[in-house]
Design a protein around this ligand. Sequence first.
Ligand code: 6R9
Length: 630
Amino acid sequence: MPETFDVKLEKKTYRPDPSYLEGSSMGDWETAYGRFMDDPEGFWAGIAGELEWFRTWDRVKEWKHPYARWFTGAKLNITHNCLDRHAAGDRRNKVALIWRGEEEGTERMYTYRQLHRLVMRFANALKKMGIKKGDTVCIYMPLVPEQVVAILACARIGAVHSIVYGGFGAAALHTRIRDAKAKIVITADVGFRRGKRVPLKTIVDEAVINASSVEKVIVLRRTKPLLELISEMEVDFDEVMEGMAPACEPEVMDAEDPLFILYTSGTTGTPKGIVHTCGGYMVGTYYTSKYVFDLKENDIYWCTADPGWITGHSYIVYGPLAAGATVLITETVPDYPDPGTWWQIVEEFGVTIFYTAPTAIRMFMRFGEEWPGRYNLTSLRILGSVGEPLNPEAFEWYYHVIGKSACPVLDTWWQTETGMHMIATLVGEPMKPGFAGRPIPGVVVDVVDREGNPVPPGIGGLLVIKEPWPSMMRTVHGNDERYRTYWNTIDACYTAGDLAVRDEDGYIMVLGRSDDIIIVAGHNLGTAEVESALVSHEAVAEAAVIGKPDPLKGQAVKAFVILRLGFEPGEKLKQDLIYHVRMGLGPIAMPSEIEFVTSLPKTRSGKIMRRVLKAKEMGMDPGDISTLED
Ligand code: 6R9
């Protein structure tokens, strides 16, 4: 773990139009945060009270370090709140889900009533196959409505789902199936990606070998001629639905019963099966969807993540549906058939809230303003970002080019483990490029040194969470010791594993993972700082930096750089970039080496895997690379 260190802070502030704050359901940060601090349990009880429970809680929170229980004694089913609550009321015929396939013109829509009925039918099918409360179901599907149906059907009957992203290979899928002891795997014949077919079912065939827990494989057959089902074990998605009644009482779940296991994206180490529970997770994702995104009844909400990541769990499926939103999903990638595809979708469907990742924004920057310029993006109201630090350069581009200098940019810091947003600049509040913002009401964070002492503004340290929150993970599946490490590294705090710095107003800038820290001549550098400095150069589209052993300085900075279209690599440009970083951050941060590359190793969710770059550089074993794209 690092010592604390100085960080150069950006000073720029943008103020959104006052109408955003006036119309916001959260109100201003000071008041809302104050309301939480005055009565933390009352605050959460108030949010929980907006949802429907079969039995109310005895206590809001029970905390026995490092174990939390929320809404103890309460009974619920999350799908009752995501579906029945709306289907029984005014939102019955409201569109819940819009799906857009890769080919233009392929689209489907489901109202809350329709989605509700489909989920109940599929839930009945799962029941008929012998799936009961507590069984694990693995979902390995493309981004189609049937995936959302499968997810909710599991939750309906109390089965624990473990979603594995459809881009993973057989080995990664196999370990996840085995670790979770899945009884059923739900898949499709193929997924579509960049005009090609991804043979999901073939991958499942390989992954279920020696996975003795698996009893059935349910296959959604999307293409003609129909893929042949080869063994008794395999059944057709539509066939199992046939004859199933669109009526299935929700399983009555205890607030602390598990809802799902999700293996983390793994920029570091081996994947961990993060366990989330029904009650607290529901409250946390509902709260943040409704109040952090400031969802309004007529919003068309599009989160570009995949349900295989926590962002998809919390902000495609559970949160927005619990809040009664219209959710857009699509199988498209951002640059196929061309880099205008996503902007075309925004125009076509009138998307109002758009939530994506910095990696996508930096990719769009590389292709230039011309692409979004071709489409009418005036429907957009709020722009979100998640997954990595949104460096100031990318913020500016997102804000001006996509948001036309009018939409708030909501940079949300959180993790698979936290389940919900933790740090963000609430809609309507002043925004500072490079800073995620302040803890949202309900969350207590700090930046501390190794001993857990808070560090002053401008000094970098470790990002910690000081109080339990409802949607926190409850354990690591089969490895509770790994869970305890999060809460035992620094006394009485949850250690997030990120480095951060705060400014005078309490805004937090996330500087990268603490394992990625570079120590040059005794000075600590967060990777994000140096990378942001590089990306602020007009020639640079994306950058990743690592520390390399150096006999004099301990470590030296090596940078890997992807250029924007129209720029050529060369010695002169290298010197320019080194000078540029020196001017921005000082001599300590100056890369001693720059390598021009055309791609960077990333997780399939778009995070740069610096440890892979580092291992390659040093001729070492990169460790687990199952989450690596390509
Ligand atoms: C939601 C998600 C978690 C890690 C986290 C941090 C990085 C996520 C960020 C961010 C800076 C943001 N991260 N959001 N860093 N600013 N807005 O991505 O979960 O896949 O578990 O990753 O991602 O390093 O610790 P997960």
